[in-house]
Design a protein around this ligand. Structure first.
Ligand code: CUA
Length: 146
């Protein structure tokens, strides 16, 4: 192998290492982590509800069905961790919590989850982003952060 080729390869490998470390550092600084496994007691559900844990964490169990989310309006305090659990009662739906990274699929017989913390008070619309039938565009719910 030519000497220049070796230098270019070593340079490229060094850059790859730097990019990888920068990625790890950015993920660490922004608190991005591998999603945790769901607790075994979380089974697929067909009724929406809101639970408050002793430490103040809200758990919202959303059910997506043609063509609404249940519960439709939930009020939560700002700055508290919020565990979102999502299931579907009929077909596959989407779930996007506006102005956040919460973007999930609602799948019948399965539960998807995401932890989010909303620091800014306001009304956050939740929309279905997976075509699920003739009234798909009407699927909206609201998370009210106070
Ligand atoms: Cu539910 Cu589109």
């Amino acid at each position: 192998m030519d000497r220049v080729e070796k230098i270019v390869l070593a340079f490229a490998a060094g850059l790859l290492g730097i990019f990888f470390l920068a990625l790890l550092a950015a993920a660490r600084l922004q608190g991005i982590d591998v999603p945790p496994c769901l607790p075994p007691e979380v089974r697929p559900f067909t009724e929406g509800r809101v639970d408050t844990l002793p430490n103040g964490t809200r758990q919202i169990f959303y059910v997506a069905r043609m063509w609404r989310f249940e519960p439709e309006v939930v009020e939560v305090p700002a700055g508290q961790p919020l565990d979102i659990f999502l299931s579907a009662a009929d077909v596959t739906h989407g779930f996007y919590l506006s102005w956040s990274n919460a973007n999930l699929m609602a799948i019948p017989g399965a539960v998807n989850a995401y932890r989010v913390r909303l620091d800014k008070p306001g009304v956050y619309p939740i929309v279905c982003h997976e075509y699920c039938g003739t009234a798909h565009q009407n699927m909206v719910a609201y998370l009210v952060v106070k």
